[in-house]
Write a protein that binds this ligand. Sequence first.
Ligand SMILES: NC(=O)C1=CN([C@@H]2O[C@H](COP(=O)(O)OP(=O)(O)OC[C@H]3O[C@@H](n4cnc5c(N)ncnc54)[C@H](O)[C@@H]3O)[C@@H](O)[C@H]2O)[C@@H](O)CC1
Ligand SMILES: Nc1ncnc2c1ncn2[C@@H]1O[C@H](COP(=O)(O)OP(=O)(O)O)[C@@H](O)[C@H]1O
Ligand SMILES: [K+]
Length: 505
Amino acid sequence: MHIVTANEMYEMDRVAMEKGGIDGRILMENAGRSITESMIPLLAKNSRILILVGAGNNGGDGFVIGRTLCNQRFHVTVLQLVPDEKIRGDAAYHKQLYINFGGKVHVDDQGKEIAAFLKEATVVIDAIFGIGIKGKLRPPFHQIIEAVNQSNTVKLSVDIPSGIPADEGVSFDTGVWADYTFVIEAPKMSAFLQHTAKYYGKWEVVKIGLPLASFDQVTARKVWTEEQVHFTLPKRDDYSHKGTHGKGLIVGGSREMPGSIAMTALSSLRSGAGLVSVGTVNEVIPSIVSHCAEATFIPLDSEKGVITGSQCLDYSVYNAIAIGMGMGRSEDTAELTRQLIKEANCPVIVDADGLYHISDDLELLKQREFPSILTPHPGEMSRLTGIPVKEIISKPFRIAEEFSKTYQVHLILKGPFTIVTDPKGKQWVNTSGNAGLAKGGSGDVLSGILLSMVMQPQLLVEALANGCYIHGKAADNLIVNKHSKQDLLATDVIQGLASVFRTFS
Ligand SMILES: NC(=O)C1=CN([C@@H]2O[C@H](COP(=O)(O)OP(=O)(O)OC[C@H]3O[C@@H](n4cnc5c(N)ncnc54)[C@H](O)[C@@H]3O)[C@@H](O)[C@H]2O)[C@@H](O)CC1
Ligand SMILES: Nc1ncnc2c1ncn2[C@@H]1O[C@H](COP(=O)(O)OP(=O)(O)O)[C@@H](O)[C@H]1O
Ligand SMILES: [K+]
């Protein structure tokens, strides 16, 4: 499933119309009819449906929905929120069809009657603005949207909740808090931004007949779906041996933070790694063994419970390495991180304190011949880039793309919608996971899963996207009947991996 910006969506419409020869009025008909079909299960025969129509093509979709619902004997009122002369082109054509079929249009371009109409309605179909909204809301739209939000109605938005921009990095006044959004052809970026996604309510994609093959030319951004996990996650070969599934090294841990590296080791083993070695300070090894008897250990030189400077480690025997979890932020651990990044001739995952250390030495990443995988949350991304957290949250796609291309890394920008970006800037968004993961330790578990995934026979980006999916899905399964978002712990997520792997094996 592709994710589009407004311009990419307009480009798709252009391709469909100019190259495909399909008329815009047909696309609007398809949009309105498909949306109506998807909406009908949410409507009752006695629903009092108010369709709010704005000036653009989103309003045009509203007229098609109005005609289609009237034709099926639903009780529909259309309230046009702009003067007649503003309804033009394809929207005007469909307004006329709606009228020809016996529909009535009420005009309220001052927002004076909206309250009275809302009072009579049980369902609002929001066709005020689509992806064409620009700048601050002109009066009286702020007040109209607020009135809709305060009304005691079910709110169904067409394509996008009105007022919400399609793109990242765009500020907005207010938007319709939709219960459901019927997204036309492809979800817009704002459905995956934490400050705008909540306006969508539940959403689904409706198809209107755009040429699907053209999406790949228009956008390099996709949702990583469960179907793709089914398709790409390697099945375990009946004749495999431990070497087949990779030998991973995990470097990190300290006297004060022995737990994180234990979780990384255990989650890696629970995700299918053949062998896992842990390079850490001697004194924390017994505590890790108590959680994870299957791991082997490389005691590293340490001082006051922290790993000291460069170590004689033979990186060549590993298929992948993860560094940084619970390692601490001393100059010594910084030196070890730099050394490992320079010398390791296999994929390296850098997390937590490892990210802290390399933020001043990012140029090192460009020199690596083997993949570098960085797994920052927005705070860590802010340190890596010098960009404030607020800006990272507001436009994560662009910032992740620029960073990955500049430093030639695979970036996993974590959050409610984790974005995996490859060095060419292609992106995949993971939508599994829930706020039960918003706890210390969740990232350590993810690193372990990723370490294991990277060593299995699948493309690197697939391994990373699958790892993010599995991590989130384990948490989702766990809150269905065993845990809640409140009590879920990172160690529970490791236990929950079984439920996910069993589904896919
Ligand atoms: N071929 C197409 O282009 C299709 C488009 N479709 C629909 O068309 C929508 C996009 O249509 P448009 O490009 O006309 O955009 P909109 O429907 O979002 O309308 C934009 C109009 O809203 C008004 N407006 C914009 N910003 C405003 C502000 N800040 N305050 C007050 N008024 C403002 C302006 O009059 C502007 O022309 C999509 O979201 C989708 O619903 C569908 O009909 C399918 C086919
Ligand atoms: N609200 C949320 N919804 C879904 N996933 C979340 C949410 N909050 C956190 N996560 C996931 O949990 C993990 C947290 O990682 P991180 O912040 O590095 O944790 P820590 O460093 O404490 O182990 C990431 O994979 C992130 O995507
Ligand atoms: K809308």
